[in-house]
Design a protein around this ligand. Sequence first.
Ligand SMILES: [Zn+2]
Length: 188
Amino acid sequence: MDGGTTDTTTNPNPSNGFTTLEELPFEIRNSAIEGNGGFATKRIANGELVAEYVGERIPKEESLRRQEDGNPFIFTLDDTDDIDGDVSWNPARFINHSCNPNCEAIFDEGRILIYARRHIEPGEELTFNYGYGIEEYADFPCQCGTAECVGFMVAEDHFEIVRARREETAKVQPSTASESSETRDPIA
Ligand SMILES: [Zn+2]
């Protein structure tokens, strides 16, 4: 994820223990997946907390407005509110999506906590599934590069249906393409 500036020194929320880069088990640098990513700086055990996804808590209406403005850091929190993670004190915004991630985001009493879902070696890029739903995933193509990649940042629950849809599209595409080229060709 490309989160803009890597300056995490401004921290208006000192109660959060995972706010400065020194305290984090990862560092932020250029990623082969996209923009900047979070890379483990130490061994991380399966089940270990790696970050909290912090930000501004906003109602759905404001969240929708910001998403339409192109803010990709909005995280669904509950039925009424979302978290806008596009803030300098949220290094977790740099953690990229993967279809075969080594971390997972867990909702815990109004907080979004990112835990390792397996053992992680220093230098490995941290990833989690952004969990987009079936009605919105098409806007978020994935380039995680894993063998399991379904082509979109969609929740694991929807992998099967998205794979099936892509196979359908692949079958339909060639005939559609030739039809449209025929109709557009004024000489034919
Ligand atoms: Zn992928």
